[in-house]
Write a protein that binds this ligand. Structure first.
Ligand SMILES: *[C@@H]1O[C@H](CO)[C@@H](O)[C@H](O)[C@H]1NC(C)=O
Ligand SMILES: *[C@@H]1O[C@H](CO)[C@@H](O)[C@H](O)[C@H]1NC(C)=O
Length: 224
């Protein structure tokens, strides 16, 4: 127990010192949002369901979270209900946000988590998916005059996808000249089981508390 506590405190300290300055602002890139190639055709219904977050660009709201997944359900032919769920990696507390996604064009969705906000700018572009194993999602915002913010997500149908699946997703990034080096792996260990597809048994406290500092963070720092 004492070990666990010390590891947690240590993680928090690392988090504040090293992640906050870069990740809170996301990673700004020079120039305007680059052109990307979204999927020509998009099968919304095949895309619905559970997607586990495998990796993504640094994103402030998700700092300190693990076991992140999205649940997409059909509301009507062009609107999707979105639930993004996660576990706080320090307290184990689950949390979720609920939103909607409107299909603006094939593979281009406008996601909003605010009821008062009408979403009509595509901010969720599907660059590639086979619907059954991986999806690559891209979002970019221009910061006039000379910079842009972008987020990239690799989503997978399995919490622990095969290396081949992840490699296929990363090829989609390569084909769009989107750098892999800012990707941070999402911790999907010691997570509650969602369905029969999962085999992992719940892990004991302390089993995963050090991954963040020993692997994810140094990688991110080195890459930043
Ligand atoms: C996903 O959403 C559907 C519809 O709200 C719900 O029935 C299902 O239990 C959800 N699944 C998970 C794992 O959250
Ligand atoms: C479980 O696996 C089956 C077959 O791969 C798939 O059709 C189903 O959508 C999966 N369930 C969830 C909740 O991901």
């Amino acid at each position: 127990m004492r070990l666990y506590l010390r590891a947690s405190l240590c993680s928090v300290a690392w988090l504040l010192v090293f992640v906050a300055p870069t990740a809170l602002a996301q990673v700004p890139f020079p120039g305007q949002c680059p052109e990307v190639k979204v999927m020509d055709t998009f099968d919304l219904e095949a895309y619905l369901g559970i997607w586990y977050e495998n990796a993504k660009y640094p994103f402030a709201f998700d700092i300190g979270k693990k076991c992140i997944y999205a649940n997409y359900t059909l509301i009507d032919g062009s609107t999707v209900g979105v639930v993004n769920a996660a576990i706080n990696r320090f307290t184990g507390q689950p949390s979720s946000v609920t939103g909607t996604a409107k299909v603006i064009a094939p593979a281009q969705l406008a996601v909003t988590f605010s009821k008062n906000q009408v979403a009509n700018r595509p901010n969720y572009l599907v660059l590639g998916t086979d619907y059954e194993s991986y999806a690559v999602v891209y979002s970019c915002t221009n910061l006039p005059p000379l910079a842009h913010l972008k987020i990239v997500w690799i989503l997978t149908r399995e919490r622990k996808p095969s290396p081949d699946t992840v490699a296929t997703a990363k090829e989609v990034l390569d084909n769009n000249q989107i750098s892999r080096k800012f990707l941070i792996d999402t911790l999907q260990k010691g997570c509650p089981i969602l369905d029969d597809n999962e085999t992992e048994t719940t892990t004991t406290l302390g089993d995963d508390d050090d991954d963040f500092t020993t692997t994810t963070l140094p990688n991110a720092i080195e890459k930043a």
